[in-house]
Design a protein. Structure first.
Length: 272
């Protein structure tokens, strides 16, 4: 029980701080509690979905959530998620684990480069690019909607929905770097908006996973509850940290988890 609580609180804390820490739920369940990937997927979705709901409500209260963008991404993700679920029933577990590990490493590198580039621009006095696919209106602080912005956010949502169904993760590890790459939204608003998208996508994906026969053990409910507690702590702590520090910290943590998964599950198969 203590292991489940500690791991769950760690995942919730990372999710609350970065908006994409839910990607750590599957590795925590597999490496820490001995779950297989098919066993970990529904537990991850439920823990991330419930805790993200708590985090997105806090973000709405603070006015950080860009809810129209969240709805667009969530609709796209919910429509695409069943394709991921169908693919997860076809692909072998070791292939899914390999895909997941490689995606983690790629995203970690991307987020670290974004944070370091932003830091160098600040130190050198270089301005950010004037145009992104999605720009905030200076008078309202909300996105200026046009076909390019709509397509960009829909694509981010669809990709996160597919990964949610395929790998049992909330999709925040794709949403956060995606919004950061294609918009001028600040990191704290990105985190809050990501949590709202994860909540909406996870709801539909959880229902679909349970419909396909997924089982939740009593051991897993301890993990789920602790994730919610960690989320609350993460949301309280997030305003105290800079966006660059949050991004770099998560990139480092994600890299470690990715390498651990590769070492445990891929290298033995490679050498065998």
């Amino acid at each position: 029980m203590i292991t489940e609580i500690l791991l769950g609180m760690g995942v919730g804390l990372a999710l609350g701080l970065t908006g994409s820490g839910g990607v750590l739920a599957v590795p925590a369940l597999m490496l820490g509690l001995g779950f297989t990937l098919p066993e970990a997927m529904p537990v991850s979705l439920i823990s991330v979905g419930i805790s993200s709901l708590l985090g997105s409500l806090d973000g709405l209260r603070q006015g950080l959530v860009r809810y129209r963008a969240a709805i667009v991404m969530a609709i796209s993700g919910t429509l695409i998620a069943p394709l991921g679920i169908a693919a997860s029933h076809v692909l072998p577990a070791d292939i899914l684990t390999s895909i997941f590990s490689i995606l983690l490493l790629m995203v970690a590198i991307k987020m670290a480069r974004q944070a370091l580039q932003h830091y160098r621009e600040q130190q050198g006095g270089v301005a950010h690019p004037l145009e992104f696919n999605c720009m905030l209106r200076p008078d309202t602080g909300r996105f200026e909607w046009n076909p390019k912005c709509f397509f960009t956010l829909s694509s981010i949502g669809g990709l996160s929905g597919f990964s949610s169904g395929l790998l049992g993760v909330g999709g925040g590890f794709l949403i956060v770097p995606g919004i950061r790459q294609f918009s001028n939204l600040n990191m704290h608003s990105i985190v809050a908006t990501s949590l709202a998208v994860i909540t909406l996508i996870s709801t539909g994906t959880v229902i679909a996973a349970l419909f396909h026969g997924a089982q939740i053990t009593p051991q897993a409910w301890w993990f789920i509850g602790a994730t919610c507690v960690g989320m609350v702590a993460g949301r309280k702590s997030a305003p105290l940290l800079s966006g660059q520090l949050l991004t770099l910290g998560f990139a480092l943590l994600t890299s470690v988890v990715s390498m651990a998964l590769l070492y445990k599950y891929m290298l033995p198969n490679f050498w065998s």
